[in-house]
Each structure stands twice: as C-alpha cells, then as structure tokens.
Design a protein around this ligand. Sequence first.
Ligand code: OAD
Length: 256
Amino acid sequence: MSLIKDSRLKKIIKNTGFVTVLTGSGISAESGIHTFRGDNGLWSKFSPDELASFEGFYKNPARVMEWYEYRRNVILKAKPNPGHFAIAEIEKYVQNFYLITQNIDRLHQKAGSRNVIELHGNIMENYCIKCGKMFSLEEFEKIYNESSDRIPKCECKGLIRPNVVWFGEQLPEDAVEKAYYASVNCDLFIIVGTSGAVRPASDFPRYAKYNGAYIIEVNPCRSFLTDFVDLWFEGKAGEILPEFVEEFKNLKGING
Ligand code: OAD
C-alpha cells in the first residue's frame, strides 16, 4: 500500500528542488535515546530548572555536568536508525536540502546528513562561560576526568559548560537565520518526531506553510502541530521514512 496518494503531493515531489526537514527527539527514540515529554520522557524524571537552565548550572555545576556526562555516554553508544538514514538519503536527490534539528546527539551527521542546522547546539562540544573558549570532546574529557571536584574549569578559571541551549537562552543566531531561510523557501517541509512544544523550533513549519509549502508530519502520536499539517503519517520514523523515501525516489524517477 502506498503512502503518497495525494496528487498535489505527488506533483510537488516530482518537481521540487527544495526540501526542508525538522526533527525532534522522536527521531532518535528508536536509537535508544529518551524523548523529553510523556510518561517516559526525561522531563518526567529530571527537573529542567535544575539541569537545563543557567541558574541550575550556576547553583550546582557538578550535578549538571554529571547529568550531561551520563547523557553523552548514552548518545555515544547509540547508532543512527533507519529514520536518520532515510533523511540523509533525501538530501542526495534535491538541489536544496536543509535539516533543522532540535537534537544535540549528532546522529544525523553520523547517518550522513550534511546540511544540518543545530538549533539547540550539540552535546559533544563544551565551552568556557568566561572566555568563550570551545573544547572538543577529547579536550573536555581530559579536563573533566582530571578535575577532583568534577567541576571542569578553563585555564582562565571560568566554568566549562556543554554547548547546548538551555531554557531562557538565545538560540545561535546563524542557525535561526538559516532555519528561517530553509522554511520560507522550501516546497516540502517534513516534521519528524517533535511534540512542537518548544519555540522557536515549532514556528518554522508555520513559516513554511504560510509561504505555500506542503507540510508532512511523521509521529506515532498527535503533536501540537498535527492539526495544521497537510498530511500526518501516524507511525514511527524508522518505519515510515524508509518507505517514504522509496516512493519519493520513484516519483522523481530515481532508480536503484
Ligand atoms: P518531546 O519529548 O517533546 O517530543 C518527542 C516527540 O517524538 C513526541 O511527539 C513523540 O510522539 C514523538 N516520537 C516518539 N517516538 C517516535 C518515533 N519512533 N518516531 C517519530 N516520532 C516519535 O521532544 P522534542 O519535541 O524534541 O530542548 O522537544 C523539543 C525540545 O524540548 C528539546 O530539543 C529540548 C526539550 O526541552 C532543550 O533542551 C532546549
């Protein structure tokens, strides 16, 4: 049974040279990484005020760094799943392709995606809050493992923190600008595995829609965005997306 039945969508896929994808933690769920909301979500067990805010970090840096070290270890063991690979494949078949992700796990890059816009930073890098020096994972792990109080510090004595965006913080300006460009210029916008609870990420599909793009959502559950999309594929990314890509390729006349 085919997924793509809508004749408007078929026509768009045949002709488009511009596709944008927005992902959230749901794309990595099948790789064994927790989502944030819902019964099993991280925010049901942990407090975002304590662990994902600058105030929480300043109050207890050792606790926050320990939590990110735990999450980093889970992520480093995880492998991209068929959903990540399917998205990486779409990139090969259109001239303009942007992948906007809220995820910090870098699994898209591991799957081969190239034009990735990281809205919320990434967990592999860390930086000094005083002088801004950026530390690679290797450099950071050395400092972290050698720190007796588990509070890693820069040579300038500033605290080192993960290069992720916390609640109340600004998103990287260049990422937001690129994501805006990708949203208002695409013909097809695919939302995968996000509840749409966090702005500005959840604004991008709206910008796309207002500018005439066709909006698809892939999610096993309804999200805050489901009511306004053109087509909702109710299912897991790792199951829907590989099938979608096969049909996408057929419509574009790509064989093999
Ligand atoms: P949420 O936990 O809010 O939503 C995850 C979504 O993924 C839900 O809608 C699930 O139904 C869906 N989902 C679960 N399994 C799936 C699967 N196999 N395939 C497809 N979808 C699936 O996570 P996000 O929307 O990513 O921000 O959360 C957005 C932001 O809120 C995160 O980037 C993080 C968090 O607080 C920061 O830390 C700044």
